[in-house]
Write a protein that binds this ligand. Structure first.
Ligand code: IMP
Ligand code: MG
Length: 176
C-alpha cells in the first residue's frame, strides 16, 4: 500500500485559525490564569503555538493516554500512560487535544480531571471529526471540523509518521 497525503489546511490557514482561537480564549479567561494541559503526543504543536498566542499568564502540564495502536482504528482500550505532574485543584484548566474522533478518549480524560476539583475545566481541540462519535462530549473550542477521513500532520500521525508536516492533510491509501 502506498500512502498519499492531500493537503486540507495550509500552514497559513492553521496559523490563522490558531490565532483566532487564542484571541477568543484570551478574551474568555480575562483576569485569570490558565493551566493548559497538553494531551500527548498529537496536540504538542497545536498546544505550543496556542500557548504562545494567548495573552494571559499560562502554566503548562502534560498527560498521555493511550487509545489508538499503530493503525487507524481504536483498540478500545484506554489507559493513562503519563499523569500530570502538578495538582489541578482550584485551577482554571484548559485541556488541549489534537482530534476528537469517537470521543472516548476525551470522555475518560474529563472523568479523571473532573474528580480533581478544578475551578473550571474546558476543552480545546484542533480538529473535530463528529461523524464517528460514540460518546457525547462537550467541546469549548474547535479549530476545524473534519470529515470522516484519516488526518495527519501538525502533530497528528499515522503509525508515528507525518507528525512534523506543517500543514493538515488527509491520508489516502492506494494499491501499489
Ligand atoms: P477518540 O477516542 O476516538 O476520540 O480518539 C482520539 C484520539 O485518536 C486522538 O487524540 C488521536 O490521537 C487519535 N485519532 C483519531 N482520529 C485520528 C486521525 O484522523 N488521525 C490521527 N489520529 C487520530
Ligand atoms: Mg491524541
Amino acid at each position: 500500500m502506498k500512502e498519499i497525503v492531500h493537503e486540507m489546511y495550509s500552514e497559513q490557514q492553521v496559523e490563522d485559525r490558531v490565532s483566532e482561537i487564542a484571541a477568543q480564549i484570551s478574551k474568555d479567561y480575562e483576569g485569570k490564569k490558565i493551566h493548559m494541559i497538553c494531551i500527548l503526543r498529537g496536540s504538542v504543536f497545536f498546544f505550543s503555538e496556542l500557548a504562545k498566542k494567548i495573552t494571559l499568564p499560562v502554566t503548562i502540564d502534560f498527560m498521555s493516554v493511550s487509545s489508538y495502536g499503530n493503525g487507524t482504528e481504536s483498540t478500545g482500550s484506554l489507559e493513562v500512560r503519563k499523569d500530570l505532574d502538578d495538582d489541578i485543584d482550584g485551577k482554571d484548566v484548559l485541556v488541549v487535544e489534537d482530534i476528537i474522533d469517537t470521543g472516548n478518549t476525551l470522555w475518560m480524560i474529563q472523568k479523571i480531571l473532573q474528580a480533581r476539583n478544578t475551578a473550571s475545566l474546558r476543552i480545546c481541540t484542533l480538529l473535530d471529526k463528529p461523524d464517528r462519535r460514540e460518546t457525547k462530549v462537550h467541546i469549548d473550542y474547535t479549530g476545524f471540523v473534519v470529515p470522516d477521513e484519516f488526518i495527519v500532520g501538525y502533530g497528528l500521525d499515522y503509525a508515528q509518521k507525518y507528525r512534523n508536516l506543517p500543514y493538515i492533510g488527509r491520508l489516502e491509501f492506494v494499491e501499489d
